[in-house]
Design a protein around this ligand. Structure first.
Ligand code: URP
Ligand code: ZN
Ligand code: ZN
Length: 466
């Protein structure tokens, strides 16, 4: 099957130009500016005049079916990746979980089982390490060889995912030997738990307590601490879901000192705020960790994105229904399952709220949604770019179309939207994964199980000299 995309504006991290793209089977085989590629070469021609032709989005932070707080994130690999596709995302990297007492192998096998035969887009796995010991350290090496070269550790969630500094340092040292990368959830969970207990004792049990107890300074402290640990271990570190200006400052300083420190933020920290947590128990819809911050944190994040001190925007998609799941925390905000839905809205929110407001260029939009994630997580140039030889993961994006975000129309399997009623300009009209159209307008044309496991290489890119 050969498909010609004609007359669109190809946007890559490096620049934009009007050109034709020819796809043969799963790959891009030709890109031509000026004299058009002949439609007679193709089985199908897509007229992309007036549209942007962008590499499919890559969301490197999702949690399909994550067990958390006595329940599980609602989207399966099928429903979650179908929603991702509608939103212009053609690859995800989800977090497999090693629970306490389990091996990494058991955790990873369980994740392969959830994903294989169900994902509609290509998917990879990172590994959450909850138990750092001699065995799991050894297992890390095997996982790197199996295309799972990143490991998330937590300074948060004591008793669940939390690792102490010694455990984190050992995992970092191991990543120095096997080429893997350590991803850090950086909040001082031990101190936060004390403050949260004090907050409850003072009578604040509503979701706002979650935001008030998780001080931004304690995200800054933990971010600085894990950067220092990575510096001592002489390895790169990637800070996930960075939300606070204090954390941004410490990442910026580290990068200015040429340390291989990378960070992502999420749409919720750019477009939502502490105020969303404040409407009685309705605020539970917005409970995630780190928590939504006051609006005065947002300029530092936008500045980070514009200056490449933040390289990635991922969603941390982790949806729980308001009814029956978030409600587990009525009367005690500590029992509200942490996480928000968002995999479907990332590309559009950043186009509407980033590109159209002039905060980032459209080239930077492509870079933070697709190219940098591919580079940092060992997928480039197969993914993350429109180039000859790359997978034909392509989105035909209409920058002028508008839509209103709503739970009544979204495809995520969750009973609310964090952006209910928000109108966004820009929409993915055609979404292709490896040359196959899986979304066209409002129609889903993909198939459960068509997504392939992404066997990713250790990211040499993260180890380069800054
Ligand atoms: O609230 C969140 N972020 N839930 C998902 C787990 C995590 O920490 O990423
Ligand atoms: Zn986290
Ligand atoms: Zn997460």
């Amino acid at each position: 099957m050969r498909t010609l995309i004609s007359g669109g504006t190809i946007v890559t991290a490096e620049g934009s130009r009007i050109a034709d793209v020819l796809i043969d089977g799963e790959s891009i085989v030709a890109i031509r500016e000026g004299p058009e590629l002949s439609a007679s070469n193709a089985d199908r021609t897509i007229d992309a005049r007036g549209k942007l032709v962008i590499p499919g989005g890559i969301d490197v932070h999702t949690h399909m079916e994550l067990p958390f707080g006595g329940t599980s994130a609602k989207d399966t690999f099928f429903t979650g990746t179908r929603a991702a596709a509608f939103g212009g995302t053609t690859s995800i990297v989800d977090f497999a979980v090693q629970s306490r007492g389990q091996s990494l192998r058991e955790g990873l096998d369980a994740w392969h089982k959830k994903a294989e035969g169900h994902s509609v887009i290509d998917y990879g796995c990172h590994m959450i390490m909850s138990d750092v010991n001699d065995d799991s350290l050894k297992e890390m090496d095997a996982l790197v060889g199996e295309g799972v070269p990143d490991f998330k550790l937590f300074t948060a969630y004591p008793g669940v995912f939390f690792s102490d500094d010694g455990a984190i340092f050992r995992a970092m040292q191991q990543s120095g030997k096997n080429g893997g990368m350590i991803m850090m959830h950086a909040e001082n969970g031990l101190a936060i738990d004390v403050i949260a207990a004090d907050t409850i004792a003072a009578g604040v049990t509503d979701p706002i307590g979650h935001g008030l107890a998780r001080y931004s300074s304690l995200e800054g402290e933990a971010t600085n601490r894990v950067i220092r640990l990575a510096e001592a271990a002489k390895v790169p570190v990637y800070i996930v879901h960075l939300s606070a200006k204090e954390a941004m400052q410490t990442v910026r300083e580290a990068r200015e000192a040429h340390l291989p420190v990378y960070a992502e933020t999420c749409p919720q920290y750019l477009f939502l705020s502490l105020d969303n947590l404040g409407n009685g128990f309705e605020g539970s819809k917005f409970v995630c960790s780190p928590p939504l911050r006051s609006e005065d944190h947002q300029p530092a994040l936008w500045d980070g994105l514009a200056s490449d001190n933040l390289q990635v925007v991922a969603t941390d998609h982790c949806p729980f229904d308001f009814h029956g799941q978030k409600e587990l925390g009525r009367g005690d905000f500590r029992k509200i399952p942490n996480g928000l839905p968002g995999v479907e809205d990332r590309v559009d929110l950043l186009h509407d709220g980033g590109v159209l407001t002039g905060k980032i260029t459209k080239e930077r939009w492509v870079e933070i949604c697709s190219t940098s994630p591919a580079r940092l997580f060992g997928m480039y140039p197969k993914k993350g770019v429109i180039a000859v030889g790359s997978d034909a993961d392509i989105v035909i994006y209409n920058p002028d179309a508008t839509r209103t975000i709503s739970a009544t129309t979204h495809h995520m399997d969750v009973d609310y939207s964090c952006y209910e009623g928000r109108e966004v300009k820009g929409k993915s009209e055609i979404v292709m994964v490896r040359g196959k159209v899986i979304v066209e307008g409002d129609k889903f044309l993909g198939h459960e199980g068509d997504g392939r496991f992404l066997h990713r290489s250790p990211a040499e890119y993260a180890r380069r000299q800054l």
